[in-house]
Design a protein around this ligand. Structure first.
Ligand code: ZN
Ligand code: ZN
Length: 288
């Protein structure tokens, strides 16, 4: 069974947990090691059990605690060579045996029965990627910091049972907020961040293709609020004919085995759970 949740999400730091009985990993470690240790224990995981930290890109909100965790627990860090080069000073000294350069394996890793692959995302970093993790039966994809919805990005997200995607900003709040024009243009650009509206379009597409759990993450502190992000994406999904299912704290595995909810016309209607990842603290835990 795959266990999946965010630990931290947003411009102040990102870290996502994916694990099974045999393999445990983080995607990014963008807050202090201490915060990550505490949050892992809250979901019943031990930081010393982590096999690898997969880095998406070198921005500080993705790498802040990675070096300390690697040195403290001997955890491996995986990133492509350009990202390694760009984050070297931020993560500090990492033992050669704990450094995985994903270029050497064409972006693919196999750890304890998990099949992990990376794919490029459009963002203003050295060589940013998203990750897909599969146990052979189910697939989870994490793709935040996505400036635009390229075909290749969609291709990798398609067929995922659960995803973490970005709902960075509300367009009105961004345009009328405190940011200078240059920064607004950067965020709105092809290599910036995804708006709630674009995220809604993406979430609808994914749910229609069978994705059952959608976590919205990387919300901007200044240009978004959880209710607005959730409302905008939910509306877009409902308009596209997706039924939103509300769950309590844990999304149970049997949800992923259900057929679509039969709609009025007898045609099955796609269903999906929609969650906003908290900035601090873990999201609902998804078991697949
Ligand atoms: Zn970034
Ligand atoms: Zn980021």
């Amino acid at each position: 069974m795959l266990k999946f949740c965010t630990l931290f999400s947003g411009s102040s730091g990102n870290s996502t947990f994916i694990g099974t009985d045999r393999a445990k990993l983080l995607i990014d470690a963008g807050v202090t090691a201490k915060s990550i240790e505490q949050e892992l224990r809250l979901i019943g995981e031990e930081p010393g059990d982590l096999d690898v930290i997969l880095i998406t890109h070198e921005h500080i909100d993705h790498v802040k605690g990675a070096g300390v965790l690697a040195r403290r627990y001997g955890t491996k860090i995986a990133a492509n060579s350009r990202t390694w080069h760009a984050m070297e000073a931020l993560v500090g000294r990492i033992d050669p045996e704990n450094r995985i350069v994903t270029d050497d394996t064409a972006g693919c890793l196999y750890i304890g029965g998990l099949d992990i692959s990376s794919f490029p995302i459009p963002h203003d970093a050295a060589d940013p990627v998203g990750y897909t993790v599969s146990d052979g039966k189910h697939k989870i994809t994490v793709a935040t910091d996505t400036g635009s919805l390229s075909d290749s990005l969609l291709e990798h997200l398609e067929g995922s049972n659960a995803v973490l995607i970005e709902a960075n900003h509300d367009m009105y709040m961004l345009e009328h907020g405190p940011y200078p024009r240059v920064l607004i243009a950067r965020i709105k650009g092809k290599h910036g961040h995804l708006s709630n509206l674009s995220c809604g379009e993406l979430a609808s597409k994914l749910a229609s293709q069978g994705t059952r759990a959608i976590i919205l993450g990387h919300l901007s502190k200044e240009n978004n609020v959880p209710d607005v992000a959730y409302g905008t994406v939910r509306r877009a999904m409902e308009e596209a004919g997706v039924k939103i299912v509300d769950y309590a704290d844990v999304i149970p595995p049997d949800f992923f085995g259900l057929a679509g909810h039969p709609g009025n016309d007898g045609v099955s209607q796609p269903e999906a759970g929609l969650i906003v990842a908290p900035r601090y603290g873990h999201s609902k835990v998804i078991l697949i």
